[in-house]
Design a protein around this ligand. Structure first.
Ligand SMILES: Nc1ncnc2c1ncn2[C@@H]1O[C@H](COP(=O)(O)OP(=O)(O)O)[C@@H](O)[C@H]1O
Ligand SMILES: CC(C)(COP(=O)(O)O)[C@@H](O)C(=O)NCCC(=O)O
Length: 257
């Protein structure tokens, strides 16, 4: 499978890895498809991909950019599934399974593959903030129960800066019990939102102490210290979506044999 790559396109960044080394991810941060096209061209020239398995939740133009730059490469777009059957089984309870963001679905598969045998709350801190609940039914059988979506931390900052006249230029501040300046007030407020959001996800799983809290996404490391302090059981994991995509590809290959 040399020449085969996995790609996860989010709203702020494209993450990629060779299928043989899914733990080594490359990242292309972008703000528009043109900026991304240059980075994808560079990836294409250096890696010469023959086959790409990709998932996307970004604007359709971003996928078109990848297809256009890699037009000599077969690109297979993978969406969410009603059920994943591989070394483990994960049933999707979303009302319409196809509407569940593919990054959430593959992160769920990746999280279960890496942290088997227990219930999970998967927190993704990217452009958006998501918390997805997974129940362990036993014997490698899991159920994706549903999840929450809120603005991600960067979006929270930019929304405040865009919408409040006196908050036009906020810099990151420090968390404080009684913030005494605007930067600290905003940083503390945003972290409170993240903490409450995470607690909401944990509460939905009945405060079960055996539930593992898995945190991922580009903004996760920025809040790692505070999250570890408030949630000592939190595990940080960098490439859940890519791991989930690798599991999907492996499951399809096993079906063919
Ligand atoms: N140091 C940081 N502090 C806060 N946010 C950050 C930091 N580094 C990256 N981010 C944010 O992480 C997000 C990108 O993470 P990622 O998980 O790749 O998102 P997506 O999957 O939505 O593309 C962006 O919103 C970016 O602003
Ligand atoms: C929730 C999301 C915006 C997260 O995107 P991201 O922050 O990873 O760029 C994305 O998964 C999405 O567009 N989902 C579709 C709607 C849904 O999952 O119900």
């Amino acid at each position: 499978m040399s020449g085969t790559f996995l790609i996860d396109i989010g709203n702020s960044a494209l993450k990629w890895a060779a299928i043989s080394t899914p733990q080594n991810t490359g990242v292309m941060v972008y703000s528009d498809p043109i900026e991304l096209a240059e980075q994808v061209r560079d990836f294409y020239q250096k890696q010469r991909p023959e086959l790409i398995y990709a998932c996307t939740v970004a604007d359709a133009r971003v996928a078109e950019t990848l297809n256009a730059v890699c037009r000599r490469t077969r690109v297979e777009w993978l969406g969410s599934q009603r059920i994943f059957r591989g070394r483990l089984t994960l049933e999707n309870r979303y009302e319409d399974y196809s509407k569940l963001g593919a990054d959430r679905w593959y992160a769920a598969i990746g999280a279960v593959a890496k942290h088997p045998g227990t219930g999970l709350l998967v927190i993704q801190m990217g452009t958006a903030l998501t918390a997805d609940s997974i129940h362990c039914l036993g014997e490698s059988r899991y159920e994706y129960l549903g999840g929450r979506i809120a603005p991600g931390p960067t979006m929270m900052y930019t929304m405040l800066m865009g919408g409040a006249a006196r908050l036009k230029s906020i810099a990151p501040g420090t968390l404080s019990r009684f913030p005494l300046n605007t930067n600290d007030a905003v940083t503390t407020g945003i972290f409170d939102c993240i903490e409450g959001f995470m607690r909401g996800g944990l509460a939905s799983l009945g405060e079960d102490a055996s539930v593992k809290l898995v945190v991922t996404g580009g903004a996760a490391r920025f809040f790692e210290f505070e999250i570890r302090e408030r949630f000592p059981r939190a595990v940080f994991d960098d490439n859940l979506v890519i791991t989930g995509l690798a599991a999907r590809v492996a499951s399809e290959a096993e079906k063919e044999h």
